[in-house]
Design a protein around this ligand. Structure first.
Ligand code: ADP
Length: 287
């Protein structure tokens, strides 16, 4: 079987994770417990998920000409993702998420950096790889005008596109309607679509499964009972897996079942990309 071609247009971040028992107040300095850098960004995460599950993945995005950019590019290359269209910018830093993990609460500061420079002009330059794809995956960590531009472009050229509307942001109705599928989690669904029931919507509900509409009937697939270590990246795994299965021509129910299993496996390990399963692991799990 030839591998389905999936293009992910989106963010590439370095997560800077500081673990601390005490969160400093203004003007205070405290001693932290631990620090790690972890590759992230919803775009990159979904690209890694799809690649591990057997797709031929192209990433379209931008990073800085800094050490994080270099490391993130290498990380994508190690996953056999095509990075010819991940451009390095020398005036802009690599996107990052500054994450303070403490017992009481987590605090996160995201700086878009080069992700904010994934412009429509850049998409124009790399559009051939979009034209060559079986499925396109989009999330909301790049500029809004780029997102709507990509949706229009995919629709004009009959390329199916999955929109993962995370973090939540409103689009106009015309753009939502051009999506092949929209994959909010429960909170994003509530915020963006309220009670609307649409053929395009696939709603992920954490441990409560996934709901969607097929042949005008509302369907749901229950989550797998698994031991949870870290749910970061569960949604990204779901989206990457969904794109792979749909690009292979599976029915919607089959594709959701596959993605639901891949996402369940991903929560058993630390880190967004750390827990993403291979195709063999998902097939074994479903046996
Ligand atoms: P997000 O990570 O984007 O907030 P969800 O929390 O809805 O999205 O998780 C996405 C998918 O990951 C779920 O639909 C489910 O398939 C899987 N998943 C998430 N949490 C669990 C869990 N505790 N047990 C089993 N599967 C889970």
């Amino acid at each position: 079987m030839t591998k389905p071609k999936i293009t992910v247009i989106g963010s590439i971040n370095m997560d800077l994770v500081t673990e601390t028992n005490v969160v400093p107040v203004q003007g205070e300095t405290v001693r932290g417990e631990n620090f790690h850098t972890i590759p992230g960004g919803k775009g990159a995460n979904q690209a890694v998920a799809a690649a591990r599950l057997g797709a031929d993945v192209t990433m379209i995005g931008r990073v800085g000409d800094d050490a994080f950019g270099e490391e993130l590019l290498n990380n994508l290359r190690n996953e056999h993702i095509h990075v010819d269209h991940v451009e390095r910018l020398n005036q802009t830093p690599t996107g990052l998420a500054n994450i303070i993990l403490s017992d009481q609460d987590n605090r996160i500061i995201i700086v878009a950096g080069a992700n904010g420079e994934v412009t429509t002009e850049y998409i124009e330059q790399v559009k051939q790889s979009i034209l060559d794809s079986d499925y396109v995956l989009l999330q909301f960590e790049i500029p809004k005008e780029t997102i709507t531009f990509c949706i229009d472009f995919c629709q004009e050229h009959n390329i199916p596109v999955i929109i993962n509307p995370a973090p939540a942001m409103e689009l106009d109705n015309a753009s939502w309607e051009k999506a092949t599928y929209i994959t909010p989690n429960e909170t994003e669904k509530e915020q963006l679509f309220g009670d609307t029931l649409s053929e395009h919507l696939i709603t992920t509900k954490g441990k409560d499964g996934v709901t969607f509409v097929e042949d005008r009937a509302e369907k749901s697939v229950p989550s797998h009972a698994v031991e949870v270590v870290d749910t970061t990246g569960a949604g990204d795994t779901f989206n990457g897996a969904l794109a792979v299965a749909l690009a292979e021509g599976k029915s919607l129910t089959e594709a959701v079942t596959f993605a639901n299993a891949a996402a369940a496996l991903s929560v058993g390990k630390m880190g967004a990309q750390g827990g993403m399963p291979t195709r063999e692991q998902v097939l074994q799990f479903l046996r």
